[in-house]
Design a protein around this ligand. Structure first.
Ligand SMILES: C[S@@+](CC[C@H](N)C(=O)[O-])C[C@H]1O[C@@H](n2cnc3c(N)ncnc32)[C@H](O)[C@@H]1O
Length: 260
């Protein structure tokens, strides 16, 4: 949303700590662009942020990686990751449909996080954990080949050429995702910005670890039935913009890294 928010509320936040987690200096200092806060939270939302969020939030370990086996009360069949879940419509629908899967949702926008928290107890979603900082920090701390599916849905398009370097879908992010995704794991991307779709496709298709799964135009013009819509998609359609979808498979490694 930040790219289309396009107003004075956009801020950038420096994200330290990546070099420590990934074991080396990142080539460029990373910044997180976008709004972290919108309207003041309602009283009930504030209570959820103070009481429920600490129980669901993932803290990065000071050293080493995240131990996924300790994250969920029951060992999940697989762990799926959503980056930038917005208000959480897709994440909660998936978590409700797949109670045997563990879900990690990443979002920095406080009002979106509060909306998702409001769904957790009424829908008894014991299989969601949240990371409320830059998703790239979490990715750097996840074990290799540990994630069974990744969603990046309607990421901020940053349509101006001088802002393209802010796009979350980049070769660098794909490199990181290819490390944490299990063999045959699926990457799901969506956007309503044709230029960003072409950008995503070029990077995914040229990445040695990913295979684009589309066979016919219907595959990128429509969602499969197990892919619930997000708020951003619904807003885009209401404004007359169509959505584009990209599914890719993490190609099998030659070594032993299948899903943990
Ligand atoms: C355009 S919105 C789309 C939200 C949602 N996926 C949807 O389709 O309705 C993009 C979201 O990604 C979040 N975001 C952007 N960069 C992020 C990052 N590095 N880590 C976590 N969240 C991020 C923003 O805060 C914003 O809420």
């Amino acid at each position: 949303m930040a790219g289309s928010r396009g107003n004075g509320s956009i801020s950038s936040t420096s994200c330290g700590g990546l070099s420590e987690l990934s074991g080396g200096e990142p080539p460029h200092p990373r910044r997180l662009y976008g709004r972290k806060r919108g309207r003041p939270l309602r009283r009930g939302q504030q209570i959820l942020v103070e009481t429920l969020l600490p129980r669901l939030a993932i803290d990065l370990p000071r050293s080493g990686g995240i131990d996924l086996s300790r994250l969920f009360p029951d060992a999940p069949l697989s762990v799926w990751l959503e980056i930038g879940f917005g208000a959480g419509e897709h994440l909660t629908a998936q978590a409700e449909a797949h109670r045997d899967i563990g879900f990690i949702g990443c979002e920095v926008f406080e009002n979106g996080i509060a909306k998702l928290l409001g769904q957790v107890e009424p829908r008894r979603l014991a299989n969601i954990r949240l990371f409320t900082d830059d998703a790239r920090l979490l990715i750097a701390a996840l074990p290799p080949a540990s994630i069974g599916r990744v969603f990046v849905l309607f990421p901020d398009p940053w349509p101006k050429a001088r802002h393209h370097k802010r796009r979350i879908v980049s070769t660098e992010t794909l490199d990181q995702l290819s490390r944490i995704m299990a063999d045959d794991a699926e990457l799901r991307l969506a956007t309503d910005d044709q230029g960003y779709f072409a950008w995503m496709l070029e990077r995914v298709a040229n990445h040695p670890a990913f295979e684009w799964l589309a066979r016919r135009p219907a595959d990128w013009r429509g969602r499969p039935s197990d892919w619930p819509p997000t708020r951003y998609e619904q807003n885009a359609r209401a404004a007359g913009r169509s959505a584009l979808f990209l599914r890719a498979r993490r190609i099998q490694r030659r070594g032993p890294h299948r899903e943990a």
